[in-house]
Design a protein around this ligand. Structure first.
Ligand SMILES: *Cc1c(COP(=O)(O)O)cnc(C)c1O
Length: 376
C-alpha cells in the first residue's frame, strides 16, 4: 500500500495540498477581524504581483468554485447588450459560451476539434468581420484535454481590434506565464485550488482597473457583481458577504510556500518535469497521449484508453486508487480516454509511483493490449 494515508490526487483541482496548507485551516477567523482582512489584502497583492499587474490591475476575490468567478467576470465586464466571441476547442470553452447564454449575453463561437489549438488568425478574421463583438473569452489551458492555447498571440489580435479580452486561466495561473505588462487583457480568472495549491472554495479575477471602474451596473446578479465586491472591499477591507475564512487562510499559506519555492518559474518547472516523467513513463507501458506534444500544456495529460476488452475505466480507477493514486476520467465524447494531472503538492516520486500503480493495476485486470493499433 501507499505510505500516504490519503491518496495522491492526480486531478486538476481539487489537488494534493501540503500539510502546512491544511494546517493553516486549523483556526477560526472573524470576518471583521483586522488580522483576517490583512490576509485578504496580502493575497490580493501577491496575486497581482504574479501577473505583474501591480498599479494597473485590481485583484477581486470571490467566494465559490472557479466557475463562479468566470460567471462573475463575464457578468460584470460585458455590458448587457455586449457580444462575446468564444474560440471553442474544449469543454471549458463550451462552459464560457453556456455562461453567456444563461446570463443573457450574446455569444458566437469559432469551433475546433478538441485536438487543435485556437488560431489567432481565425480570431482576427472573426473580429474584422463582425463589429458587434465587444469581447473575446478564451481558455488558456483547456483542462478538458490539456491543450495550451496561444494566449499572447490572441491577446495581441484582440487588442489590435480594440475589443476586450477575458481569460479563463484557471488551470494555468501561477504555473504558466501571463505578464500584464506584455499581454493586454481585461480580466484573468483563476482559483485557490489549482496551481497555487490551495484548497478549493474561492476564485479571483484580475481586472484592468480602468475597465473595472466602468463596470458599475453591468451585472445581472447581486452576489456575482465584481464591481460591488471591489468597491466594498476597497472601502471596508472586508468581503461583501461571508468570506470562506479557512480557504482564505489556506491560500495565504499556499502562496507563501509558492514564493518560497521560487514562484512561477519553479512551480511551472516542477509541473513540466512531472508532465515529462508521466508521458515518458506511460509510453513505456504503451500509452499514447491524445495530443500532439507541441500543443500539450504541462498541466494535465489525456491518454487513449487501452484497446483491450478487459479494460474498463471504473475498475481501472479503483485498482489505481487502491495503490494510492486518484486518476481523472476523460472528457471527450468520441474517444475513450482518461486524464492524469501533473499539478499538486507531491514530490518527484509521485509520478513514477503513479506509473508503477497503473502498470500494476493493468496486470491485475488482465489488460495486455495497451496501445491502440495503428491503422495500416
Ligand atoms: C477548474 C477549471 C474551471 C473551474 O471549474 P470549477 O469546477 O468551477 O472550479 C474553469 N476553467 C478551467 C479551464 C478549469 O480548469
Amino acid at each position: 500500500m501507499s505510505q500516504n494515508p490519503t491518496p495522491i490526487l492526480l486531478t486538476p483541482g481539487p489537488l494534493t495540498t501540503s500539510d502546512r496548507t491544511r494546517q493553516a485551516m486549523l483556526r477560526d477567523w472573524g470576518s471583521w477581524d483586522t488580522d483576517f482582512n490583512q490576509i485578504t489584502a496580502r493575497i490580493r497583492k501577491n496575486v497581482l504581483e504574479i501577473v505583474h499587474g501591480t498599479g494597473t490591475h485590481e485583484c477581486v476575490p470571490l467566494q465559490g468554485s472557479g466557475t463562479f468567478s468566470v460567471e462573475a467576470a463575464i457578468g460584470t465586464i460585458v455590458a448587457r447588450n455586449g457580444h462575446v466571441l468564444v474560440p471553442n476547442n474544449g469543454a471549458y470553452c463550451q462552459r464560457l459560451a453556456k455562461i453567456c447564454k444563461v446570463i443573457g449575453r450574446k455569444v458566437s463561437t469559432i469551433d475546433y476539434t478538441e485536438d487543435r489549438r485556437v488560431s489567432p488568425a481565425d480570431v482576427d478574421r472573426a473580429l474584422a468581420a463582425d463589429q458587434s463583438i465587444t469581447h473575446v473569452a478564451v481558455v488558456h489551458c483547456e483542462t478538458g484535454t490539456g491543450v495550451l492555447n496561444p494566449l499572447h498571440e490572441i491577446a495581441v489580435v484582440v487588442a489590435k481590434h480594440g475589443r476586450g479580452l477575458i481569460i479563463d486561466a484557471m488551470s494555468s495561473f501561477g504555473a504558466l506565464e501571463i505578464d500584464a505588462r506584455q499581454t493586454p487583457f481585461d480580466a484573468v480568472i483563476a482559483a485557490s485550488g489549482k496551481c497555487l495549491e490551495g484548497v478549493p472554495g474561492m476564485g479571483f479575477v484580475i481586472v484592468n482597473r480602468g475597465v473595472l471602474e466602468a463596470c458599475e451596473g453591468n451585472c445581472h446578479s447581486l452576489s456575482m457583481d465584481l464591481y460591488d465586491q471591489w468597491v466594498y472591499m476597497e472601502k471596508t477591507t472586508q468581503w461583501r458577504f461571508t468570506p470562506p475564512t479557512h480557504v482564505v487562510a489556506a491560500l495565504d499559506s499556499a502562496i507563501t510556500q509558492y514564493l518560497e519555492e521560487g514562484g512561477l518559474p519553479a512551480r511551472g518547472g516542477r509541473y513540466a518535469r512531472n508532465c515529462k516523467a508521466l508521458i515518458d513513463g506511460m509510453a513505456e507501458l504503451g500509452f499514447r497521449p491524445f495530443l500532439d506534444p507541441a500543443i500539450q500544456a504541462p498541466i494535465i495529460v489525456t491518454f487513449h484508453a487501452p484497446a483491450d476488452p478487459a479494460y474498463e475505466f471504473k475498475a481501472f480507477y479503483q485498482e489505481v486508487k487502491k495503490r494510492g493514486y486518484i486518476l481523472y476520467p476523460g472528457k471527450l465524447t468520441q474517444l475513450e480516454t482518461f486524464r492524469v494531472g501533473c499539478i499538486g503538492h507531491f514530490g518527484d516520486a509521485g509520478i513514477p509511483g503513479a506509473v508503477a500503480a497503473v502498470a500494476d493495476a493493468l496486470e491485475s485486470m488482465g489488460v495486455r493490449q495497451v496501445s491502440v493499433l495503428e491503422k495500416a
